[in-house]
Design a protein around this ligand. Structure first.
Ligand SMILES: [Zn+2]
Length: 122
């Protein structure tokens, strides 16, 4: 069988079902991270956490989060690949960092033609 997202050939044992789609492991993880990243409750709790602890802006984030955010702000818009290259990250690290930056409403995705960019949230 084939992955519905990337078209990669996958052995039946390694296929993941998600909302009627058959996915390879990579795409499945991506989907799960996307779901997490867009989860309004997660956004809410991240914002609440920062309000409650008196943190504003980028204070509650790790240095790596701040570096990514600074890069996005400096460039205005940047592709995920550029961030990975600039900061020497793995694809997976990038996904995890990005999920948090989205939770905290610092960075959002922006589609232009075929490319997806990261831009400052506001
Ligand atoms: Zn796939």
């Amino acid at each position: 069988m084939r992955c519905d997202r990337c078209g990669q050939e996958i052995p039946e044992d390694d296929a993941y079902m998600h909302l009627g789609e058959t996915l390879c492991e990579d795409c499945y993880l991506d989907v799960r991270l996307e779901v997490k990243a867009c989860d309004p409750w997660a956004v809410h709790s991240a914002t609440r956490f920062r309000e409650n602890s008196g943190l504003k802006g980028t204070e509650a984030l790790t240095d790596l989060h701040k570096e990514i955010y600074a890069l996005v702000k400096r460039k205005g818009k940047v592709t995920k690949e550029e961030v990975i290259e600039n900061l020497n990250l793995s694809e997976q690290e990038m996904q995890i960092q990005l999920a948090t930056l989205r939770h905290c409403e610092l960075v959002k995705g922006y589609k232009e033609g075929e490319k997806v960019y990261l831009i400052p949230f506001s």
